[in-house]
Design a protein around this ligand. Structure first.
Ligand code: ATP
Length: 297
């Protein structure tokens, strides 16, 4: 009979460009202190989903800790879709949008305590054009900014800020979209259309303050104004949900159409220029260990 727990760490060695040895060492130490067994899987960037599935089938871990950015979390989420496995987050990516949403602290010690703890959220998972979306996807100015940022040399918030000005000046926003949801179709004009399960962008900007990550719904938010002040506030401060600035649709399924091809991103990853987007709430949930102080509202 299995008397101890098995904890698997899936870690992306290149995420965030940092040395991962301290994370692996702290993980092993923490797990062994509880007399549990630790397993470490380092991602390779190739066939990781299958390798993680094989490891789960072989070792039957009780929990999976994930160290990387949102891309690594998505890889694990896809791998465990049909399993009821708990996960914990040790954020180490250059973008940690999901961890930002749960207010996961910076200290590795605290992260391990939370990730191995017993306070969870059953988080909704969205599917957008065949991709799993963990927190926020969007069409328009932010996706354009991410594309420009990915092609630039300067990382971090300063990189976004520097890219913000040419992005805002050198494009043909606002654009028109047709939004089909809740058995209604309407036409809206905006500079950014977000599909949000979560409240915040990875930068910490609270763009969807009323969204709940476990209510079986997501929000479509159309940001209407093309004002540098408004957009920068959206990225760096709490957004104002003034109806003149943003229109919100709460739904389980949406189709968005645009006559022009518009930049589109999911969870901080630039996907491409799109004219048609279909998003829906899935029946899958991700059980994530989160801080006790986090309230899903
Ligand atoms: N060993 C590896 N070598 C190269 N790429 C890898 C490796 N392991 C994972 N990857 C790639 O890393 C990406 C996921 O990175 P993730 O989002 O977790 O971290 P990140 O630092 O935030 O990355 P990014 O800055 O690219 O968003 C995936 O594209 C995956 O294929």
């Amino acid at each position: 009979m299995k008397t101890q727990k098995t904890i698997l760490l899936v870690i992306n060695p290149i995420a965030g460009g940092t040395d991962k040895k301290p994370i692996i060492d702290a993980f092993k130490k923490n797990v062994s202190q509880n007399n549990d067994e630790s397993i470490v899987y380092e991602t390779t960037g190739k066939n990781d989903k299958k390798a993680i599935q094989n490891l789960i089938a072989e070792k039957r871990p009780d929990r999976i800790l994930i160290s990387g950015g949102d891309g690594t979390i998505r890889e694990v989420a896809d791998a465990i879709k049909n399993e009821s496995l708990k996960i914990g987050l040790l954020p180490s990516g250059s973008a940690n949008g999901l961890a930002t949403n749960f207010d996961i602290p910076d200290s590795l010690e605290q992260q391990l305590e939370i990730a191995l703890g017993d306070h969870y959220i059953e988080m909704d998972l969205l599917e957008i054009d065949g991709y799993t979306c963990l927190h926020i996807a969007d069409l328009g100015v932010n996706a354009q900014l991410i594309e420009n940022y990915e092609n630039s040399e300067i990382r971090g918030k300063l990189g976004y800020l520097i890219q913000a000005f040419p992005t805002l000046i050198n494009n043909d926003f606002p654009f028109e979209v047709e939004i089909e949801c809740n058995e209604e179709t309407c036409t809206e004009e905006g500079v950014l259309v977000a599909i949000a399960n979560a409240n915040k962008f990875g930068t910490g900007a609270k763009i969807n303050p009323t969204g709940k990550m476990n209510d079986g719904y997501f929000e479509v938010l159309v940001f209407k104004n093309f004002s540098i002040k408004g957009i920068l506030e959206t990225f760096y401060d709490d957004a104002h949900l003034d109806p003149d600035f943003v229109k919100v649709f709460k739904c389980k399924e949406v189709t968005i159409r645009s006559k022009k091809s518009i930049a589109f991103q999911i969870d901080g990853e630039f996907i491409g220029e799109k004219q048609l987007i279909k998003a829906k709430m899935t029946n899958s949930k991700l059980t994530i260990a989160i801080p006790k102080s986090f309230s899903a509202n």
